[in-house]
Structure formats: C-alpha cells, structure tokens
Design a protein around this ligand. Sequence first.
Ligand code: F6P
Length: 337
Amino acid sequence: MKIGILTSGGDAPGINATIRGVGKTAINHYDMEVIGILNGFTGLLEKDFVSLSDKSLSGILNLGGTILGTTREKTFRKLVSSPDEKDRQQIKNAYHELGLDCLVCIGGNGTQRTSWMLSEIGLNVIGVPKTIDNDVYGTDVTFGFDSAVSIATEAIDRLHSTASSHRRVMVIELMGHHAGWITLYAGMAGGADIILLPELGYNMKVVIEKINQRMEAGKAYSIVAVAEGIEVPGKERPALYFARKIEEVTGFETRETVLGYIQRGGSPTSYDRNLGTLLGGHAADLIYERKFGRMVSKIDNKITDVALKDVAGKLRLVSPDTPLVLQGQRMGISFGI
Ligand code: F6P
C-alpha cells in the first residue's frame, strides 16, 4: 500500500512525533510506502511531495513545527465542497496520480471537516487530531495541548515575580481560538486568581470585586488569565481591554501580556510525543485494516477511533461542570461569573 501524510492548519508541538509514528509503523511494521505531502492540501493539488523512509523519519521526534510544512486550507475546502464536479475531480486526480491508497490528514477541526469531505467524494482518508487548543470533537485530548499548557504555565509563574514585587495586577492573554482549555489548565496550574473563558462569559463587576477583595485581604497583587476568544466590546485585544478597565476602576497599577505564538513553538513535552506516537501507530493500523473515514482519538485513556462524519464541524468546549472549573471555584478562584 502507498500512503500520503499531510499536515494542515496551525502548527503544534508533537506533529513531527506523529508523522514519525504513522510513517515508521507503516514502513517497518506493515511494509507500506510512505510519502509526505508538502504544505497541506495545497501540496496535494500540486502533487508536491517527498518520499519518507525510516532514515528520513529519524531525528524528528523532539522537533517543533512540522517537517512537511502547513497552510490554512480555506481555498481547498471551497474546492472540495464545490457543487462543481470538475473541482472535485481535480482533487481526485491528484490523489490518484500520486498513486495513493490512503491520505492521512493531521490537523485541527477545520482539517477534520475537510478530511470528512474528502472521504465523502470517495478518497480513503484517516484524520489525526492536532491542535494546541484541545477543541477537536471526538477526542478527550489533542497533542500540542500539553506543550502549550506547560509554556503558558511557566509564563504565568514568571508574571508572579513582577506582580508581587510591584504590587500590580497582571493580565495574561492565552491562545485557544473559541475554546478556553489552555487558559483553564495553565491558569489553574499557574495559580491565576481570576480565569476568564469564552465558554463561561464574565461579569466585569465580579472581576473588579475579586481584585478589590484580594487587596483588602492584604494580597497585594492579582493574576488574571484571559482566553483570546472571550468577547469584549470594540476591537481591543481581551488582555488590553481587561487591563485598561481594571486599572480605570480599581486604580491599581495593571499590566498586560499577550503570550501569542510562543505557546505553539518549540519542543513537544514527553506527553505530546507519546500521544502523537500512539495516535500515529493507530492510524497505520486502521490503514492496514482498510478502515477509512475515521479519526484516531484518545477517549477514556484508550487510543481508539471515531467516524469522521460524527466529528466534522463540531467543537469540544469547556463546560461549567468541567472538574478543574468546579475545583477552582471551591478554592475561591474567580471565573468572573
Ligand atoms: O489553532 C491554534 C491557534 O494558535 C489558535 O489558538 C489561534 O487562535 C490561531 O491558531 C492563530 O492562527 P494563525 O496561525 O492563523 O494566526
């Protein structure tokens, strides 16, 4: 069998571990031929690829980013969902000209939706969930998340120094798109006093009250972790908005930090490496068994798989009864509600 692997959407630590997991299992265990398609779905259309061997897949386990390159794939998705058969035929032709028996698509929500569309037009596809945001439906966790959370936690740890030395309020904005997972996990692990998530919303009065209460209780500083996806008025970044409002209303010196792409870069944690390795191995198993149209996943601590059609277009978000939210509330951490 011949398989193609591509990576699509934002990069995340652990992608290379996953490419290695799929590729080395396919080559060494199943005797398959493996190619890497360059720069996401664009590379598929352009038939831009490299051959992957056991040797070329060595030495990449701990590398951040993706050795295959990636792109956001809105144009491609338009093509695959086009009512025009000619557009879809263009994709099928590329797949067949590359001689593929299966395409492995490593990516987030958008990619899994595109993967499902490709399987609907008759291609053999396996999806592998990847994102720092941890918001892919149909899996309890995505690789990249653990790495992003450790980077964000370290950043919050470092803010504590300046916050306490200068008696300041420090607001840190973390990534996550529409989901608050990174902010929840890093906020809790980093000891934030207020954690603001898009899924829960916020009441500015509650935020201000919490900061005032802390100051009155002799706690000279506060750390506010805010998710980038939270809605604020106007076009200001959430970190800037909250820092401005808090300083205006409380009079306490307040500073903001937007952590940004630092969260997506660098070496994956051991957890993400092993998760990518296991998911990659399972993707190779599914291909060998010709069980296509599936996304590999981790549910209840087991590596398994789900139908792409059941996950396409859905998001996995934080809910008010997420254990870490409930435990935070029991300890007096404010979620701004
Ligand atoms: O999905 C990962 C992510 O880093 C989000 O947290 C963020 O909103 C988005 O990608 C940024 O995307 P881009 O790389 O297109 O700027």
